[in-house]
Design a protein around this ligand. Structure first.
Ligand code: KIV
Length: 284
């Protein structure tokens, strides 16, 4: 890594203060909240001043570690990536996902694991998947000092019980349950809720039903904010779900750069004169 790293060394010297949980909540119904995932320090540093919230999502299992889904992600994975993101970001609110198996068993176990995440990463909040059934856990955490972001609609950690990644709310008969999930999550004390993979009219109903900000992914513009997986957005991950807009194609760029490097190494054009250490000059 270059010695001219742009990672922050003195957060006190930066003008804008870090986004707080109350500051994020105050944006309900106002200027849309800009959120992205980040898994590493340098990417977090690049996104930091452009985002209100950075999520260390458990999608990192698929995107960074090549897992088939998020179920294999561990607390240690989340803590390691959370630490990196916290080293890179000092403006955005950083939220770390609770991975599958770390919070479902009991509110007490959820607290123990979430407290570890907060202590060891320094993040401000955790996110956990689940609707009404997770309300007691959300209440337990928030009453003990850990802000929680909920996650309803399509919940990737429920892949096996749902039988795949399915858009929620295509059938109006399912709406009531999902709206109720949003209400219960809010009542339990969540400061915001991710709404994933729902139809536009349902997203509108959910956003209207709660007084905390809704953050949509594949949930239309009828949310208080948006989140995307950064690698999806820049074309660094092969999947392109309908809801993803590709703002760039870094895969193509990396392939071109690697081709150019390989070609120059094979032709002995790299390293050239500019990239070679020279001897000290001696007098005479
Ligand atoms: O894990 C993740 O990246 C997420 C977002 C897609 C919301 O949960």
């Amino acid at each position: 890594m270059s010695s001219q790293s742009t990672l922050p060394t003195d957060s006190a010297s930066k003008p804008r203060k870090r986004m707080t949980v109350p500051g994020f909540m105050a944006r309900k119904g106002g200027e849309p909240l800009v959120c992205l995932t980040a898994y590493t320090a340098h990417v977090a540093n690049l996104l930091d001043k452009r985002c209100d919230l950075l999520l260390v999502g458990d999608s990192l299992g698929m995107v960074i570690h090549g897992m088939p889904n998020t179920l294999g992600v561990t607390l240690d994975h989340m803590i390691m990536h959370g630490q990196g993101v916290m080293r890179g970001a000092d403006k955005a609110l950083v939220v770390v996902d609770m991975p599958f198996g770390s919070f479902e068993e009991s509110p007490e176990i959820a607290f123990r694991n979430a407290a570890r995440v907060v202590k060891e990463t320094g993040c401000a909040a955790v996110k956990l998947e689940g609707g009404a059934e997770m309300a007691p856990t959300i209440r337990h955490l928030t009453r003990r000092g850990i802000p929680v972001m909920g996650h309803i609609g399509l919940m990737p950690q429920s892949l096996n019980t749902m039988g795949g990644f399915k858009v929620a709310g295509r059938d109006e008969r399912d709406w009531q349950q999902i709206i109720q999930d949003a209400r219960e999550v809010e009542k339990a004390g969540a400061f915001s809720v991710v709404v994933e993979g729902v139809t536009e009219p349902l997203a509108q109903r959910i956003t209207d039903a709660v007084s905390i900000p809704t953050v949509g992914i594949g949930a239309s513009a009828q949310c208080d904010g948006q989140i995307l997986v950064f690698e999806d957005m820049v074309g660094l991950f092969p999947r392109v779900p309908t809801f993803v807009k590709r703002y760039g194609n870094m895969q193509e760029m990396i392939e071109e750069v690697a081709d150019a490097y390989a070609e120059e190494v094979r032709a002995r054009r790299f390293p050239g004169d500019d990239h070679v250490y020279t001897l000290n000059k001696r007098d005479g």
